[in-house]
Write a protein that binds this ligand. Structure first.
Ligand SMILES: *Cc1c(COP(=O)(O)O)cnc(C)c1O
Length: 385
């Protein structure tokens, strides 16, 4: 299926959501829906069943929640972690940090394995932490930590978590729909404006019906109570509070496109190809990625800024925008970096243009190549594998 380019003058968003959506997705928002109407209830039911189909597990159900991704992470934590539970948070970036901060707000006991900016949490250290602290009930991990682009090894983390008789909650925000979750979990969350390629406005929890039933009465929050939303939707077909009707109509269109493209495998393959084209092209210009190939996700790639004194990120950003691409600043604390998102309505043709635009921008800046400072390469060498 051909991808639809943005309108003339509208840039591609090389950002991990909001991202570039198709005309069909945008056009689906050009009508109003009554939230009580049977047609709209059917849309909600369809959305839930199509998401369960993508998750592809036993006895699963889906509970959509209004708000951005962070709202649904908070809803999951407040509903799945018992009030007297204790959480082991595996943190290697901004979203892991946010999970620990959310647990503090919720008054849920937590301990953090902090791996810094981009080192992956590994199964053996999680196993050791669980063995050392029998009070831990739940482990939380971010599947793709979007702040560096690392794909965390959720398989080995799930194995040791369930091996130790604990539960795993996954922030799958930026990976669901493009990277399969073929591992045991208690609940996972994602949102409308990431790999399904919808527009922002709601997130969703995927969990087994048995796990959902166990969340009754746990939530600290009325609007973020996953059980209450689930129960109400099952009984009435409706959302408890005003649903983002246009966003849902757009999301259904995005789900249909996801299916006709070939589901998770095809979506993941297109993004992986986007990544491979942009990474090879940028390396050809002398740039280096933060992560070695093994840890590079097909979602977003962190690239070190060039060492050359004529390079300025803010000028580079404006030059890229003039050429039709919105890039993303980096989030590393030690060395300067920027990020290129690989998700959204983009394919390899677009990624080749991103590389050409980068070469032209460097040229205009008077920077001969993308070679990073030595310090960046020393940092990367810490990633042993
Ligand atoms: C996008 C994202 C979120 C949610 O962020 P919002 O800005 O609230 O949508 C959470 N976790 C990860 C890993 C993400 O990529």
């Amino acid at each position: 299926m051909p991808l639809s380019a943005p309108k003339l003058g509208e840039p591609y968003l090389l950002t991990p959501g909001p991202l570039t959506t198709s005309y069909a997705v945008k056009s689906a928002m050009l009508r109003d829906w009554g939230s009580w109407d049977q047609d709209f209830r059917d849309m909600t039911a369809k959305l839930r069943s199509m998401l369960v189909e993508i998750a592809d597990g036993d006895d699963l159900d889906c509970v959509p929640i209004q708000g951005s991704g962070t709202f649904v992470v908070e809803a999951m934590l407040g509903s799945f972690v018992p009030r007297d539970g204790k959480v082991l948070v595996l943190s290697n970036g901004a979203y892991g940090k946010r999970i620990a901060e959310t647990l503090d707000y919720l008054g849920r006991a937590n301990v953090v394995i902090d791996k810094g900016d981009y080192m992956p949490p590994r199964g053996d250290e999680v196993a050791a932490a669980l063995a050392a602290d029998p009070d831990i009930t739940d482990v939380v991990v971010v599947h793709c930590e979007t702040s560096s682009g690392i794909l965390n090894p959720i398989g080995e983390i799930s194995d040791v978590t369930y091996g130790a008789g604990r539960r795993l909650l996954i922030d799958s925000m930026s990976s669901f729909g493009a990277i399969p979750v073929d591992t045991k979990f208690e609940a996972l969350v994602s949102s409308a404006n990431k790999c399904i390629e919808g527009v922002p406005g709601f997130g969703f929890v995927i969990a087994s019906k048995a796990s959902l039933a166990a969340t009754k009465g746990r939530s600290h929050s009325l609007s973020l109570d996953v059980f209450a939303q689930w129960d109400h939707m099952n009984k009435t077909g409706q959302w408890r509070f005003t649903p983002p009707t246009h966003v849902i109509a757009a999301f259904l269109e995005a789900l249909r496109a996801h299916k006709s493209e070939g589901g998770v495998a095809a979506r993941g393959a297109r993004y992986a190809n986007n990544r491979d084209v942009v990474v090879a092209g940028l390396r050809g210009l002398g740039f280096e990625t933060l992560l070695k190939d093994r840890w590079l996700s097909p979602i977003i790639v962190t690239v070190f800024c060039p060492e050359h004194p004529a390079f300025s990120f803010s000028r580079f950003y404006v030059l890229m925008e003039e050429k039709g691409f919105i890039i993303y600043p980096g989030k590393l604390t030690i060395v300067a970096s920027f990020r290129i998102g690989c998700i959204g309505q983009m394919d390899e043709h677009v990624m080749h243009k991103v590389v050409a635009a980068t070469a032209a921008a460097l040229n205009e800046l008077g920077v001969p190549d993308g070679a990073p400072p030595k310090l960046a390469l020393l940092e990367r060498a810490k990633l042993a594998v």
